[in-house]
Design a protein around this ligand. Structure first.
Ligand SMILES: *Cc1c(COP(=O)(O)O)cnc(C)c1O
Length: 371
């Protein structure tokens, strides 16, 4: 067996394990992207995705871009925002920081409101900014994956409504784990990707927004060819195609993953994800490990766990990898302080128990060797 054909339990915040049904769907498909089969597939993806989100296809649309989650973020930041627009970029961790970084490349009037990692967006500070300065856009992350803090989209959305500002939300790691109602929260555009809680392989990214907002974009200057949202919207709407050659196989898998969610029912999917996160967190407490911020508002996508004394992340990672589990370490200020486990993919309670057993085993061994 080639090394890359090994199967690990991917209990990291993306990529995730994929169900056999999704894997099977990709086999043996050879269709052309300028053919009616692909158009039917793309329409089904759009229809199923809006249905999952409980959005009316009369009012909302979506585009699928071949690329990872960052492609959707960059598409919005380079083509939904005009160069003269003023952008308030909210950051409470690595992914918020990246939104600010990408926005600054295209939009010179980007101000990043950077807070400490592991905090919740400071609504008063946001309101002060919006009241005292003119802004056209606010950007934020729903689940700040680097800390697992779920951010208050509704409250930020209310402020955006009050001050007449548009809102872009990166929901890459929260989509299908932590509910988000675009309509209620007043979200202008939302991004997500295939490789996280949708339960599919990485490689596709999605932008969802109001049709009226997509339509405005055709008047804007083109500043990026491949990631131009107006072009993607024009192609899906008028030709039921993508502008360039898409990763066709992944589109087939995406539609299968969306069909599975619809068959399971959206609310039972959310319930299952919440149960899995809760079960993992209970297990952690039982083996004496603690979450970084147990009393904060946490996403069900990822748990951020303090590294026990005497165990460094590289050792833990290697020992878990040897046992077939992949977990992540901390970024930035959290490097070698925490590790991260996700239960959002095709992971069940047995996988969770197996991982807890492995962690306990490693921690016990370390404690003995230290003592
Ligand atoms: C994973 C992730 C992304 C996208 O990262 P890619 O490496 O491009 O897939 C963006 N935002 C958040 C919050 C994420 O968790």
């Amino acid at each position: 067996m080639d090394d890359y054909a090994k199967r690990y339990r991917l209990m990291c915040p993306g990529p995730v394990n994929v169900s056999q049904r999704v894997l099977d769907a990709m086999i043996g498909s050879e269709i052309g992207h300028r053919e009616s089969e692909f158009s039917a597939l793309l329409c089904a993806i759009q229809r199923n995705c809006l249905k999952i989100m409980n959005l009316s296809p009369e009012k909302y649309a979506m585009v699928v871009i071949t690329g990872s989650g960052s492609a959707a973020n960059e598409a919005v930041l380079c083509s939904a925002i005009q160069p003269s627009d003023r952008v308030l970029s909210l950051s409470t961790g690595e992914f918020g920081r990246r939104l600010g970084e990408i926005s600054s490349i295209y939009n010179p009037n980007t101000k990043t409101l950077a807070q400490d990692w592991g905090t919740s967006i400071d609504l008063e500070a946001v309101e002060t900014e919006l009241r005292e300065n003119r802004y056209d856009w606010v950007t934020m992350v729903h689940n700040e994956t680097s800390t697992g803090e779920l951010q208050p989209v509704k409250a930020v959305g209310d402020l955006c409504k009050k001050y007449g500002v548009r809102l872009f939300v990166d929901a890459v790691s929260s989509f299908m784990v932590d509910p988000l109602d675009l309509e209620e929260c007043g979200v202008t555009f939302m991004s997500t990707s295939s490789g996280k809680a949708i339960g599919m392989n990485p490689g596709l990214s999605l932008v969802v927004g109001r049709i009226s907002e997509f339509r405005r974009l055709s008047d804007y200057p083109v500043r990026n060819y491949y990631l131009n949202l107006a072009r993607h919207y024009d192609f899906i709407t008028h030709k039921q195609q993508t502008p360039n050659t898409p990763a066709i196989t992944l589109f087939i898998a995406l539609n299968e993953a969306l069909k599975i969610i619809l068959e399971e029912g959206v609310s039972s999917r959310f319930h299952f994800q919440a149960e899995k996160a809760a079960s993992f967190r209970r297990g952690l407490a039982n083996i004496g490990l603690s979450l970084l911020h147990p009393d904060h508002v946490l996403s069900n996508a990822v748990s951020t766990i303090c590294l026990p004394n005497g165990l460094n992340f590289d050792e833990l990672r290697a020992a878990l990898r040897e046992r077939g589990f992949i977990v992540y370490g901390g970024k930035g200020p959290l490097a070698n302080r925490i590790f991260q486990v996700s239960t959002m993919g095709c992971v069940d309670f047995n996988d969770i128990n197996d991982l807890l057993g492995a962690i306990q085993n490693i921690v016990t061994q370390t404690m003995h060797s230290v003592a």
